[in-house]
Design a protein around this ligand. Structure first.
Ligand code: UFG
Length: 347
């Protein structure tokens, strides 16, 4: 029988792409989402791409213990991939209680319920934000974490530690929990079908949705935050990873858990390309790929931004047998196709 994977936050940007890849790999998937930061179109897109109308969907908030418990009673869950969290860095600074409450309580509930139902594998969606402004580049999983720059970042560090401690404690108990934390670098792009992608609410915080919305005419001008960094072109360097490549890393991690290949009860993997690309470079690549001349201007640095961050993905490449495959150009083309699809749909 196929293993069953719960994807919490499975209607969101990364969760929907992961659901698609899990189904393609033959897993049974249950999706839970409280729809607080997405609409049903993401899940509809997943159904269209996979041709599966029967994916169980729970509109629940993982902060509600009873709802999570009910889901685990109705399905024998073999692994959880936990995405359900708030993710706006700026908002987390102005509303820390909201962020700490939501991101920590939802994860604690998942872990407690998993334990109550006999234990399972837990994959946590962490972030490269835990490395902060690293002195050593590229960062490996052994590079020390730095104090988080925001409550959002803090919740990622805290959830990693919670998972580590729960794995350790349960290793000698009846209900064993094994854990993997995937540290994402900068996920961008959309599914090649253009049926699912990123759906930012309001003005986008992240670079690529801002670029595509400017190109389509929804935003007047892209502000490039800082061109006086000590980098080659003065703009920040990031490791932009295609969302489908990223989704495939989850499938590889889940297979590692099910296949009994983990070397420790709790493991961490960087999920990045290993290739730094500057913000300005990304803008020019987008112009080339889309054929659109982008309206942009240089403005002062954004508070809280690190100058440069990119991954050493060797550990994931070797241990997960996974590698980022798409070029930045392909990924930018997919982001542009998605933006055009949205514009057409909303006409
Ligand atoms: N940028 C611009 N203009 C914009 C938006 C972004 O110039 O309109 C620049 C930023 O200054 C940064 C780069 O583009 O140099 C990437 O910015 P994003 O907001 O797209 O991504 P970040 O690297 O800031 O964010 C990532 C993750 C978050 C994580 C954060 C921690 O997306 O989940 O790193 O710093 F929390």
């Amino acid at each position: 029988m196929a293993k069953k994977v719960l994807v919490s936050g499975g209607a969101g940007y990364i969760g929907s792409h992961v659901t698609v890849e899990l189904i393609a790999a033959g897993y049974d998937v249950v999706v839970a989402d409280n729809m607080s930061n997405c609409d049903i179109s993401g899940f509809e897109g997943v159904k269209k791409i996979t041709g599966r109308e029967d994916i169980p969907f729970y509109e629940i908030d993982c902060c509600d213990f009873a709802s999570v418990d009910k889901l685990f009673t109705e399905h024998k869950i073999d692994a959880v991939i936990h995405f359900a969290a708030f993710k706006a860095v700026g908002e987390s600074v102005s509303e820390p209680i909201k962020y700490y409450y939501n991101n920590l309580v939802s994860f604690l509930n998942i872990l407690e319920v998993a334990k109550k139902h006999g234990g399972c594998n837990v994959l946590f969606s962490s972030s490269a934000t835990v490395y902060g402004e690293s002195k050593v580049l590229p960062v490996t999983e052994q590079t020390p974490r730095m104090p988080a720059m925001s409550p959002y970042g803090n919740t990622k560090t805290m959830c990693e530690d919670i998972l580590r401690d729960v794995v350790y404690a349960t290793s000698t108990q009846d209900a064993v929990i094994k854990g993997i934390a995937l540290r994402y670098f900068n996920p961008i792009g959309a599914h090649p079908s253009a049926l699912i992608g990123e759906l930012p609410r309001g003005v986008p915080n992240n670079l690529v949705p801002y670029i595509t919305q400017t190109a389509i005419g929804k935003r007047e001008c892209l502000s490039i935050f800082g061109n006086d960094y000590p980098t080659e072109d003065g703009t920040c360097l990031r490791d932009f990873i295609d969302v489908t490549d990223l989704a495939k890393a989850h499938v590889a991690a889940v297979a590692r858990m099910f296949g009994g290949k983990m070397k420790k009860g709790y493991e961490i993997f960087n999920v990045g390309t290993g290739r730094p690309v500057s913000v300005y470079e990304l803008v020019t690549k987008f112009e080339k790929v889309s054929g659109v001349k982008l309206n942009y201007k240089f403005v002062p640095r954004r508070e809280g931004d690190v100058m440069a961050l990119w991954a050493d993905p060797t550990f994931a490449n070797e241990e997960l047998g996974w590698k980022a495959e798409r070029t930045v150009e392909e990924t930018l083309a997919s982001a542009w196709a998605w933006e055009k699809y949205l514009a057409e749909k909303n006409k």
